[in-house]
Design a protein around this ligand. Structure first.
Ligand code: SAH
Length: 606
């Protein structure tokens, strides 16, 4: 190894050579009369040469021995990259997969099943080794696997059904939006972002318009919403926009796990040079300082340059404030945890639009034997004989002619850690404590729990307690808890949730009741308001007036007016998004304070 190669024997160390020589050649017992000869020999060049040769042979033998050991170990383990280390997997869990794995290579079998995606091949290895995985684990892999996750590495336009061509007749694919897999409220109309901005400005003014503030968006997608919020703030609420400026210590923080979407967000905010695809300089005074939005990149700052009139509002004579330009720093984070949580940096205003539905849920099912966990296993040819869940998918929404996914649901044979912890059951899966009498579910009922969502909502509430501010959580889901809602989406169509892993959006309804309950467990003044239906929320913030204003604008064409009205209907009407989508607010409650706008008649949980 490298260490031995440093040992060299030179004539400047005759005594070491001598000792070595004596040891190696057995001369250490030589009679005294040979001493002068040895002394001579030790200093001579001849000895040096012989010693070196001797050492080299020894070293060579050692290396050969080591190589042989490695080769033996490799042969044993059957793996060339596992030097001398062998894992015995024979005693590990064997799912029925191993015995009843469909012969996917057989053309007849292949006809019945979907193609295997790269993530499916990964899951085959993982499940093969460990046994079926929880729905939550599948959910997380499907969306955020570092190499094959749906958000981390969005599918290419060629994967999946054709996309409708864009205005230029080009078949492009966007993930989120008309030419993607699903459309969200901010993609439908600018009014959505405008009204959310009004809500934040309202809350901020009510707390005395403090400066600076931090505006945080979780899961910003294409960046459309944050772009709309900033645009409206600049145009209509410059005092609010100023509070975000770097001169005061304000900032925007985008919490995003997908490198691809980080790039879309930077593009939308005008931080990427469209021609060269490179990011604008991090430091406007030093164009050589650019940054990286890549995977796992540390929080970076880019300045959103813009004209926010500051001059007339500056009482100080600070030369920094003498400018008409006010820049907003934008930071990207992988998690909310890395966003500074420091009261000296001001209030925190947080926004999560269609983020919570992307957080993994555990799925539990009631059996006559107590609660069990639904797990994801590899498809099997012997489904009838295994402990398969009564799988009612594909539902009517799913194309019945579609090929079968290469994965399937099974039930855990006994309770799992998640069942016992999240459902608070005993080892047999019977609910414990005061909830025992409330568990009126029937055999076959499915319940989903999203621990990550609950703890995220708690983090948001703690931040508001500590720093002040407010939060809005907008998503589909119910105020009455959720059942079996985890599902897949591709090209605006519902598909089997286990279909084409990594190439399909996986989502579940948000359990607003659970979020409100989680927030109520946090000590402090921050409480949750609502949820209220999205339609009610937007109308009470003046959606109708805003649409009218836009339609009446002299620059609006007849066609645009029609589009504006259709978009308004989609956001607000109960038969569209008005009722399915709900809004939950988190804000501080003090005795004289009224409810935040839009939540006047809503439920406050404390
Ligand atoms: N808010 C946007 C996008 C919704 S899609 C809109 O309404 O259009 C969900 C977004 O959340 C994507 O940007 C996705 O990459 C991101 N995301 C998913 N899981 C996440 C996680 N665990 N942490 C942070 N962002 C996540």
């Amino acid at each position: 190894s490298t260490r031995t190669s440093h040992i060299s024997i030179t004539s400047s160390h005759p005594s070491i050579v001598g000792i070595l020589l004596m040891i190696l050649s057995g001369l250490r017992c030589a009679p005294r009369r040979y001493t002068p000869l040895i002394t001579w020999a030790l200093d001579s060049q001849w000895i040096m040469v012989e010693t070196r040769r001797f050492m080299a042979t020894k070293r060579q033998q050692k290396i050969e021995k080591l190589q042989k050991q490695i080769a033996d170990a490799e042969e044993l383990s059957g793996r060339s990259d596992l030097h001398g280390f062998k894992i015995d997997t024979t005693g590990m869990y064997q799912s029925t997969t191993h015995n009843f794995l469909p012969k996917f290579d057989d053309p007849k079998v292949a006809l019945q099943y979907e193609e295997g995606t790269p993530l499916w091949h990964e899951l085959l290895k993982i499940i093969g080794l460990r046994g079926p995985i929880s729905v939550a684990e599948y959910f997380r892999y499907a969306l955020l696997h570092p190499e094959h996750g749906y958000y981390t590495v969005p599918p290419s336009p060629l994967e999946g059904p054709d996309c409708p061509p864009d205005q230029d007749g080009i078949e492009s694919y966007d993930l989120i939006g008309k030419r993607g897999d699903f459309t969200t409220a901010p993609e439908i109309s600018q009014i959505f972002g405008e009204l959310l901005c009004v809500w934040f400005v309202h809350e901020w003014r009510r707390s005395g318009s403090p400066k600076p503030i931090q505006l945080i968006e979780l899961g910003p997608g294409n960046g459309t919403l944050i772009d709309d919020v900033v645009r409206v703030a600049r145009a209509s609420f410059p005092d609010f926009a100023q509070a975000l400026c770097s001169v005061y210590g304000g900032a925007i923080h985008l919490v995003e796990q997908s490198p691809a979407l980080r790039k879309s967000q930077a593009k939308k905010l005008g931080m990427i040079d469209i021609e060269s695809e490179t990011l604008y300089a991090t430091d406007p005074d030093d164009p050589t300082v650019t940054s990286d939005l890549g995977e796992g990149a540390p929080p970076i700052e880019l300045l959103l340059k813009g004209r926010i009139p500051t001059k007339e509002l500056q009482p100080q004579s600070d030369p920094k404030h003498e400018t008409n330009d006010c820049s907003i720093p934008v930071y990207w984070h992988l998690n909310l945890a890395s966003v500074p949580n420091d009261p000296s940096q001001g209030h925190q205003y947080m926004l999560a639009q269609e983020l919570f539905d992307a957080l993994p849920v555990h799925s539990f099912q009631k059996t006559s034997d107590g609660w069990r966990e639904r797990l994801v296993d590899i498809a099997s040819t012997e489904e009838e004989e295994s402990s398969i869940v009564d799988d009612d998918e594909p539902s009517e929404a799913i194309n019945a002619l579609a090929k079968k996914p290469r994965l399937r649901f099974v039930l855990s044979p006994g309770t799992t850690e998640a069942v016992r912890k999240l459902m608070n059951t005993d080892k047999q899966g019977h609910v414990l404590g005061e909830n025992a009498s409330k568990d009126d579910s029937s055999v076959g009922d499915i319940l989903e729990v999203c621990p990550e969502g609950m703890s995220l909502a708690q983090d948001m509430a703690s931040r508001i307690n500590k720093c002040g501010g407010g939060a809005l959580i907008v998503d589909y889901g119910s105020a009455l808890g959720t059942g079996d809602t985890v599902r897949g989406f591709s090209r605006h169509e519902q598909v089997h949730v286990l279909s084409r892993p990594g190439k399909v959006d996986v989502t579940a309804d948000v359990d607003f009741r659970a979020l409100a309950y989680a927030i109520s467990q946090i000590k402090g003044d921050a409480v949750s308001f609502g949820p209220v239906a999205q339609g009610v929320f937007l109308m009470s913030l003046g959606a109708a007036n805003r649409v009218e204003e836009l339609i009446d604008d002299d620059n609006t064409t007849e066609e645009q007016a029609e589009d504006l009205f259709t978009a308004f209907e989609r956001l607000v009407l109960p038969e569209h998004m008005g009722e399915r989508f709900n809004v939950l607010a988190i804000a501080k409650q003090d005795p004289e304070r009224h409810c935040p706008p839009g939540f006047e008649n809503s439920f406050v949980m404390k």
